[in-house]
Design a protein around this ligand. Structure first.
Ligand code: ATP
Ligand code: MG
Length: 439
């Protein structure tokens, strides 16, 4: 079948702008075809666009044969343009329909579709991700990505209002940020390079130039884990602030979380309803639990973690159950924090560092950083890293780098907790994991 041209037709209204008040007006609506029905005397179909949907109703007796023929050839998810009159109709969804005078079929979807975006036939996550572009037409997917969009807008607004400037650091790098194990090597002309794990080192250096910076960008981790909250490519919101300590940037983070939750709650009520998500805005100050207290709570609940080890997933889960909501875990052992972490002045076996948790999910990690070269070199060596391979980083510490602190917050994980998604893959357009490199 020959498709129609868009020609000089342009959309005059979004589907949700066609209301009974507009009765009698001629409109052009464009969108995707949902159910097509033939009820003897009338043919109708649902047309969906980004705003919602509208019923297109063609009474057989009064409608041009060509238009009726086109309706017959429609398949679900085809895109069409419909010129017609708005008619108030009690029996139609939203009490309004469009009676078509002309239809242009812009592209015809080939059936059977790999997936039903109306969600009537349930598909598992893998099948959905294989046909992701179609899956993203589901109202739940749309709701998740609108919430994500709102979240990142709020993040930007808040950080800018705190006097931070947005930067972009390189994602192709020569050396590891922390340890080489989790790096993706790439071929870079005659040399080997890597995809960046974190903007950590660059953002620290930038505090000496711009004092307060933030970046929203991808991080790449060549970790093999297959969990509902890890991906090999994630988006990180990173900040770094000069003349500040862990406590100062904790406050920025706390304010930010409260702002993001309240703005999403206020502006995305429709999307939260689609997801059946009741969002509670966390109250300040968030609980601050020391690592030692966390181990004690866990032990009382029958989960033993040896001092000096990171909290394994079952421990995080239990702690999430015990504390719930947003909370900080502070005073971590230095041994499990990266080389650039500042030890606590009064107890150097502890790090002046924190994690922000939401239930069982780690949302962010941050802390005060080392700004003195001698201490940094000492800590590099303690981690078994060679200071020589960090020379281009270390040189910045000889030019008066100010004391500084910062954090990294996972945007995909933040979207998980805002939307209530149980798998991070729901919150990323085209997720990258060990098994998935396409689409
Ligand atoms: P985890 O312990 O959960 O593996 P991490 O401590 O290795 O995370 P950080 O290096 O502290 O992660 O990164 C800061 C933030 O970036 C994390 O708190 C998280 O929100 C996000 N993040 C880190 N790694 C990933 C990943 N593989 N997938 C998704 N988000 C991630
Ligand atoms: Mg962390």
């Amino acid at each position: 079948m020959k498709l129609d041209e868009l020609g000089n037709w342009r959309r005059t209204h979004l589907s949700n702008e066609a209301t009974p008040k507009l009765a009698g007006a001629e409109v052009v609506v464009m969108g995707r075809v949902g159910d097509v029905r033939d009820l003897g005397g009338i043919k109708f179909f649902i047309l969906s666009d980004i705003s919602g949907s509208i019923q297109v109703t063609a009474p057989k007796a009064k409608t041009d044969k060509k238009v009726l023929g086109k309706i017959d050839s429609l398949t679900q998810e085809s895109t069409v343009a419909v010129k017609g009159k708005v008619v108030a109709a009690e029996q139609a969804p939203r009490g309004v329909e469009v009676v078509p005078s002309e239809i242009r079929i812009l592209n015809l979807a080939i059936t059977p579709l790999p997936l039903d975006p109306r969600g009537r036939v349930k598909a598992n996550l893998d099948t959905r991700l294989d046909a992701r572009a179609l899956d993203l037409r589901r109202s739940e997917s749309l709701a998740i990505f609108k919430i994500r969009h709102q979240a990142i807008q709020s993040v930007r607004n808040h950080l800018i209002s705190e006097g931070l400037i947005e930067v972009n650091t390189p994602k192709i790098v020569a050396t590891a940020t922390e340890s080489g194990a989790a790096l993706f090597p790439i071929s870079y002309f005659e040399r080997e390079a890597f995809l960046s794990q974190s903007p950590q080192l660059y953002k620290e250096v930038l505090t000496g130039c711009f004092e307060r910076v933030f970046e929203v960008g991808p991080i790449y981790r060549a970790e093999e884990h297959d969990t509902p909250r890890h991906l090999n490519e994630a988006i990180s919101i990173d900040i770094e602030v000069a003349y500040a300590t862990a406590e100062d940037v904790t406050k920025i983070l706390e304010d930010l979380i409260v702002k993001v939750f309240s703005q999403v709650k206020r502006t995305c009520a429709k999307e939260l309803k689609v997801l059946e998500r009741k969002l509670e805005v966390p109250r300040k100050p968030f609980p601050r639990i020391t690592y030692d207290e966390a181990l004690k709570k866990l032990e009382q609940a029958g989960v033993k973690v040896p001092w000096g080890e990171d909290l394994p997933t079952p421990a995080e889960r239990k702690l999430g159950e015990l504390v719930g909501g947003a909370y900080f875990v502070i005073d971590w052992p230095m041994a499990i924090k990266p080389f650039y972490t500042m030890p606590k002045r009064d107890d150097p076996k502890l790090a002046d560092a924190f994690d922000l948790m939401y239930g069982e999910i780690e949302l962010a990690s941050g802390g005060t950083r080392v700004h003195q070269e001698t201490l940094l070199v000492k800590q590099l060596k303690q981690k078994g890293l060679n200071p020589q391979s960090f020379e281009s980083h270390l040189q910045n510490f000889r030019t008066g780098l100010p004391p500084h602190a910062g954090w990294g917050l996972g945007l995909d994980r933040l979207t998980m907790v805002l939307t209530g998604a149980e798998n991070i893959r729901e919150c990323v357009l085209f997720p990258r994991d060990r098994k998935r490199l396409t689409p």
